[in-house]
Design a binder for this molecule. Sequence first.
Ligand SMILES: [Zn+2]
Length: 230
Amino acid sequence: MRVTCEQYPKTVMVLGPSGCGKDTQIDLLISKCEYQKIGTGEMFRSLYKEKTKSGLAAYKYWSKGEWVPDKLTFELFEEWLKKYEVAKPWIFSQVVRTAEQVHKFDLLLEKYDRSLDCVIYFKLSEEAAIDRMSTRRICPKCGADYNIKYKKPKMKGVCDNDGEILVTRDDDKPEAIRERLVEFFKKTAPIVEIYKEKGILIEIDSTPSIEEIHQNLLKDLEKWIMTRKK
Ligand SMILES: [Zn+2]
């Protein structure tokens, strides 16, 4: 079957625990379909740098690793989404973080005359996620991320871009990882259930190789396209 990018879902959200490789998969999808990637991390940092009122207010929370209140987060979204091209397909990375935000997010999208077409959930068990994260390495200079098992640099232990020695981030230490994951699954399980009930959930097993996961995702998106065509 030949599918074109115009047939792909126009508004997508990706969910999955750290270590599931969702950002790598989003990048692969973008290289195929020119999705515009939208995430909260970049939003918080950029609006802080631009010194917008809500950007500065949110900084007080996230700079200390604290939860940015829902109301404020959605105020930031309102500002942030204006920067994206409405005609292009959008892919959100992990922006809905609690069950309460599901409805708020729908309302927000309505303002842009779109609705969530599908949610891709990259499934990974807690053990597998811990394993993946403990093998993660990052370049302290350019921020590129690697995995000594799954996404190896060309030369062992150094960054492909600049030759810098790769390091383990502090929050990739086992205890910190476990704590974050427990929190993630507790909050995300109800969100996944809601989207499953809405019939827009695509679940992808994140245990195979990066390329295999990508191919499985494309197959499932084709299935999504076929059911929409009928
Ligand atoms: Zn680097």
